[in-house]
Design a protein around this ligand. Structure first.
Ligand SMILES: [Zn+2]
Ligand SMILES: [Zn+2]
Length: 268
């Protein structure tokens, strides 16, 4: 295994405000371990969870059937996605039914599905603002604000679309942390035009243009091992110093003014 340093799960990010409001961005395979952690932390308590999906490609929903809080009838789960992407419940129903999944969800936690058709959604003191990205079949990013701090999550997008390139810069403006699709190197990208992903090089450009504090390279290509990602981070830092390489299980308090990126990401 040559990816144990940065991890091999697919997209899932947890965001919490100071008051404890919690949002989950995407339900990739990483949500399985998040579910275990939440079940431990809130053992015996009812959970009201809010899951925001950028789109329905497999790598962003694959972990949902294995998310422990889904199987506690006392919990409440609300799934959100942009209305333009279609009915959320219908989109998710397929993966939790025969012949793809063995367990009936009759005893699962009640689920609510929300198609976002307005500029922002409030979850307690978290404000989530979706923005469209350039990606096959459509996708969205999220700007999440709380306590005067900003996290921007843009996991799947291809640069080069004149309008949407502007949109991501507008929504990333002044972010404390920008999580950006950096699947390819600029050289690899040339062979993958139209696949819907961007590069670390473009990520550093967006980070500079939008004046973000920290950039996180995200959505690693499965072909890139730990050593490759170390090099990729090094290249990106030569253009934008405050660059992190996303690492599984890593967390930061972005409201802490002294928080700084560790150069190679946590755990490496
Ligand atoms: Zn995708
Ligand atoms: Zn993806």
């Amino acid at each position: 295994m040559d990816n144990l340093g940065y991890g091999g799960n697919t997209a899932c990010v947890e965001v919490r405000s100071r008051s404890g409001c919690l949002a989950i961005l995407d339900g990739g395979t990483g949500i399985r371990s998040l579910g275990q952690a939440l079940a431990g932390e809130f053992s015996g308590q009812k959970l009201s969870l809010h899951l925001f999906l950028t789109h329905y490609h497999w790598d962003h929903i694959q972990g949902i059937p294995f998310f422990l809080p889904l199987y506690r009838p006392d919990n409440n789960l609300t799934f959100y996605a942009a209305a333009e992407l279609g009915p959320v419940g219908e989109r998710l129903a397929g993966q939790l039914s025969r012949p793809y999944f063995p367990v009936s969800l009759d005893v699962a936690a009640p689920r609510t599905f929300v198609e976002i058709d307005r500029p922002e959604v409030k979850v307690g003191d978290l404000t989530v603002r979706p923005f469209p990205t350039n990606h096959p079949q459509g996708a969205y990013g999220f700007r999440v604000e709380a306590d005067g701090h900003v996290l921007v999550y843009a996991p799947d997008l291809e640069h080069g679309h004149p309008h949407l390139d502007k949109v991501v810069r507008e929504f990333a403006e002044g972010a404390d942390l920008l999580i950006y699709d950096s699947q390819y190197t600029p050289e690899e990208y040339e062979k993958h035009r139209g696949w819907g992903h961007s590069t670390w090089f473009e990520g550093t450009g967006v980070a500079r243009d939008a004046g973000v504090r920290q950039l996180m390279l995200f959505h690693h290509d499965p072909w890139h091992n730990d050593q490759f990602l170390v090099e990729l981070g090094r290249s990106a830092r030569s253009r934008f110093e405050n660059t992190l390489v996303a690492t599984e299980g890593w967390y930061a308090d972005i409201s802490d003014p002294h928080w700084r990126a560790s150069p190679a990401g946590a755990g490496i």
